[in-house]
Design a protein around this ligand. Structure first.
Ligand code: PSV
Ligand code: MN
Length: 426
């Protein structure tokens, strides 16, 4: 299904007056405080987040999965769903594919569909955490870290194949997340596992096209519950350095132990020019994959504050690959993604309001209270009128969830696809 500009502008009509009123009020206040509102709006409009191809269907836990009707059952349909999201929000202009879940059957047709919907192909993700159909070797005891050279070779080749697929689509990045590790003490030798991983990554890195980046994701636990080979940002950073200039660390918000200071990790990596990608989600306990901003919105804002600082002050760091990496157990995936996209935009807009100069002065004077006041003044500002304006200027919906429901998009998807379709992914 495809939305038209007219459908969206019709939906917007009833809310325009009220939007303008709150926008004028906020603009007046921000302008008095020396903010360039138009510049902030342009930055919000330019900020695009990739949607992972595996997040368009119902997620689940190991205890069960409750199907969502009208799920996309192939790559074309997944891209159509992202098209709907992008049309409504104007901030979902990219897709991140997971291979082999989403190998295109017709590259030209897929590229054409994505181009029509204004969607780019962001980083491609390899998968050596599951055994693939007809694969000769099993990854049960690891992939790039495996003690068996032939298994490592199969995993290296898979990553090389993924780069080949991404290259045909116009992607410029490979994201590697490894489940490799051990469930029990004594199962493997930490040093051998790390050394094997490093050697394998270097093999993959060698064939990376010159304009590509390799993004190395880390995670402390799960599915291995005793140790993970790439457990933290330090390990990822070390591996990226061993690989070379085009290898970077990727931060997934859910991949930290409780209370980890993620904003500090972001800041240090950007200082070193090694933060390459970002996976957004939220969590209460672990890698819960919840809607962005649903649990710890202030932490998200503090992370964005460091991202904005880094984007303004660290030219040594590349442009980041932004992606949502969430799962939807009980919500309509498209509604959940809309909520995540809005939470990201809100945190970004609030971070853009931080008075960096005043903050710097407060820090130099050790004025702790002033530093906190400056951050909280930005955080407490209701920036939604700015985000609405950014969406309106780009042709999106004033209120995307409301438009999604009033246009009965899920109902239409069910009519088109039926009730029993299942999206590939986890
Ligand atoms: C692992 O938990 C992860 O965050 C990685 O990014 C994977 O590629 C993704 O989830 C989907 O399995
Ligand atoms: Mn991730």
């Amino acid at each position: 299904m495809r939305l038209t500009k007219n459908q969206i502008s019709d939906q917007n009509k009833s809310g325009l007056d009220s939007h303008q009123h709150s926008y004028d009020f906020l603009t007046e206040k921000l302008t008095k405080n020396n903010h360039d509102v138009n510049q902030i709006i342009e930055k919000i409009r330019a900020f695009q987040v990739a949607i992972p191809s595996w997040a368009l269907g119902a997620g689940g836990t190991r205890f069960g999965r409750f199907s969502f009707y009208g799920e996309p059952s192939n790559l074309e349909q997944k891209i159509e769903d992202i098209g709907v999201l992008h049309c409504l929000t104007q901030t979902a202009g990219a897709v991140s594919l997971h291979i082999p879940w989403d190998i295109p059957s017709d590259y030209t047709a897929i590229k054409q569909k994505a181009a029509e919907l204004n969607i780019k192909f962001d980083a491609v993700n390899s998968n050596t955490f599951q055994d693939q159909k007809d694969a000769e070797k099993s990854y049960k005891y690891g992939s790039l870290s495996n003690v068996d050279q032939a298994i490592r070779a199969q995993a290296i080749q898979h990553n090389i194949d993924v780069i080949g697929i991404g290259d045909k689509l116009g992607s410029k990045g490979l994201t590697v997340w490894l489940a490799d590790g051990a469930c029990f003490p004594g199962q493997n030798n930490f040093q051998t596992a790390l050394q094997n991983t490093q050697d394998s990554l270097i093999e993959i890195y060698k064939i990376l096209p010159s304009d590509w980046s390799m993004l190395i994701e880390y995670k402390p636990y799960e599915p291995n519950f005793y140790s993970t080979v790439i457990q933290d940002w330090g390990t990822s950073f070390m591996l990226a350095n061993e690989c070379g200039d085009k290898a970077y660390t990727l931060v997934d918000l859910g991949h930290h132990l409780p209370n980890t200071n993620i904003e500090q990790i972001v800041s240090v990596l950007m200082l070193k020019g090694k933060l390459g990608g970002f996976h957004f989600n939220d969590s209460k306990f672990g890698d819960d994959d919840l809607t962005v901003g649903s649990i710890k919105p202030y932490a998200l804002f503090l992370i964005f504050n460091e991202l904005v600082y880094g984007m303004q002050n660290n030219p040594q760091n590349p442009d980041l690959a932004w992606m949502i990496d969430a799962s939807h157990n009980i919500k309509d995936p498209l509604e959940d993604l809309i909520q995540s996209l809005e939470a990201i935009q809100e945190a970004y807009a609030k971070a853009l309001l931080v008075d960096q100069e005043a903050l710097r002065s407060a820090q130099l004077e050790n004025d702790v209270v002033a530093g906190q006041e400056i951050l909280q003044a930005a955080y407490r500002t209701d920036v939604r009128p700015l985000i609405e304006k950014a969406r309106l200027l780009s042709g999106g919906a004033l209120n995307p969830i409301d438009a999604y429901r009033k246009l009965n998009i899920r109902g239409q998807l069910i009519k088109e696809r039926g009730k029993n379709t299942i999206a590939t992914g986890l």
